[in-house]
Every structure is written in structure tokens, then in C-alpha cells.
Design a protein around this ligand. Structure first.
Ligand SMILES: [Fe+2]
Length: 240
């Protein structure tokens, strides 16, 4: 397995500028009350475990001290701004979650087409403290790495519309589950105001739809629980 050429070691803490810490604070303040109202209870339980600082970019050591003892995963920083799927899933296969060093600018507080450090840390990492969630993440890499090109495209769509942009029903209420919704106030309010059609998450429904990277998604999908999502994904992954 190969590593990205510019990747930094997981032991190396990166120094960020005052401006970057300030952007983190603005993003955190913008999202925290919204996620408490609208995000999945799974996310909120992980957020409590992760105990993120509100006013500065957290160090990897802090993140890993909450993640690794709970799930065996660890975070690894990378200088790569958008890691390709194969190296990404190779890291996933080793239970390494890549966190980019890139942070959006002040002009992009509501939406960035490029996943940034706030998306990676605030959106994804609370979930990565929860074993029944990391079991879900651990389904993707083995399937992706043995899949053919067409199946790989389907797996990317299934990941996109579940862990990145999925919705979950909890106590008869629709909650935000996808990390791309949780970390983007723009797309979050777009979805919450009913502007996005939402269908049931099934393999057939989801794989018909390309990923919407540069705009808000034109359609999203919902599932009843992490367990039902796992069952649906297994029905496809097991055949690969
Ligand atoms: Fe993501």
C-alpha cells in the first residue's frame, strides 16, 4: 500500500495561524447550536465524547485520545486537499481517518465544495468514537478495494448518500446524519427548509444518482437506523 507523497506523520502536530484558529471558532459557533437541534443523537453522543475545543483547532493527540481507545481508529493529518478514493480507502482499511490540513476561508463559512478540516473533524470525528458507527465505516474499504470500476462508482455514491449526506429517522423525526450536512450551515438550512426531495435509502434508489460536489444535493436519502443502513449496504457489498 502506498502513502500520499506529502502526507504528514500522525505524530507531527501542525501549527495553525491565528486566522485559521479564528475561522475554526466562527465555524464552531455557527454550527454548535444547530447540530444540537437537528443532528442525529448518535452524532451528539460522539460529540460529547470527542470534547472539541470551541475556539481553536484541536491537536491530533486530543482527537486520538478520544477515538482510539473507543474504536481502534486514529486520525492522520494530510497536506493533500482532496485525497483520491484508492489511497483514501487504503487508509480506511488500516482504520486511519485522514484529516486535511486545509481549512476553508472566511468567505466560505456556510459552504465549501472541498471537504476541509472543519468538515473532517467536526463532521466526521464525533462518529468515529462510536463502535457501532465505525463498524459501518469498516464495511466500505474492503468492498471498494475488491470492486470493479462500475461497482466502485456505486460504492462512492452509497458512501456519499449515507455517511456524507444521509438522513436518519429517530423517534419519528428526521435528523441530520451525513457529515456534509452537519458541517455545512448552508446545505443544512437548505435541507431543513424542505428544499431537497428525500427518498428511502435503497441500493437501487441511491446508485442512480451522481454525487453533487459543487452544488447542494438535488436529492437525499433517509434510513431508519445505522443497523438498517448496514443491512442495506451488505446486500450489495456481499455480492462484490
Ligand atoms: Fe466527508
Amino acid at each position: 500500500m502506498t502513502s500520499q507523497p506529502n502526507e504528514t506523520s500522525e505524530n507531527q502536530e501542525v501549527q495553525f495561524s491565528d486566522e485559521e484558529h479564528l475561522i475554526w471558532k466562527l465555524l464552531y459557533d455557527q454550527q454548535i447550536n444547530e447540530v444540537k437541534k437537528y443532528a442525529s443523537k448518535e452524532f451528539l453522543s460522539g460529540l460529547e465524547i470527542l470534547d472539541l475545543p470551541s475556539d481553536n483547532i484541536p491537536a491530533l493527540a486530543h482527537l486520538n485520545s478520544a477515538i482510539t481507545p473507543n474504536t481502534g481508529w486514529k486520525t492522520v493529518r494530510t497536506d493533500v486537499r482532496y485525497t483520491d478514493a484508492v489511497p483514501w480507502y487504503n487508509h480506511f482499511n488500516r482504520k486511519e481517518f485522514l484529516v486535511t490540513n486545509y481549512l476553508r476561508s472566511k468567505e466560505e463559512l456556510e459552504f465549501t465544495p472541498e471537504p476541509d478540516m472543519f468538515h473532517d473533524i467536526f463532521g466526521h470525528l464525533p462518529f468515529m468514537t462510536l463502535p457501532h458507527y465505525t463498524e459501518l465505516q469498516e464495511m466500505f474499504a474492503p468492498a471498494f478495494l475488491r470492486a470493479n470500476d462500475a461497482q466502485r462508482e456505486n460504492i462512492k455514491r452509497l458512501a456519499w448518500y449515507s455517511t456524507e449526506f444521509g438522513l436518519i429517522i429517530e423517534n419519528n423525526e428526521r435528523k441530520l446524519f451525513g457529515t456534509g450536512l452537519i458541517s455545512s450551515s448552508g446545505e443544512m438550512s437548505h435541507v431543513l427548509s424542505g428544499n431537497t426531495p428525500i427518498e428511502k435509502f435503497t441500493i437501487d434508489n441511491v446508485t442512480l444518482n451522481e454525487k453533487a460536489i459543487y452544488n447542494y444535493n438535488g436529492i437525499l436519502f433517509e434510513f431508519d437506523s445505522i443497523d438498517s443502513l448496514k443491512i442495506e449496504l451488505s446486500s450489495y457489498f456481499d455480492k462484490i
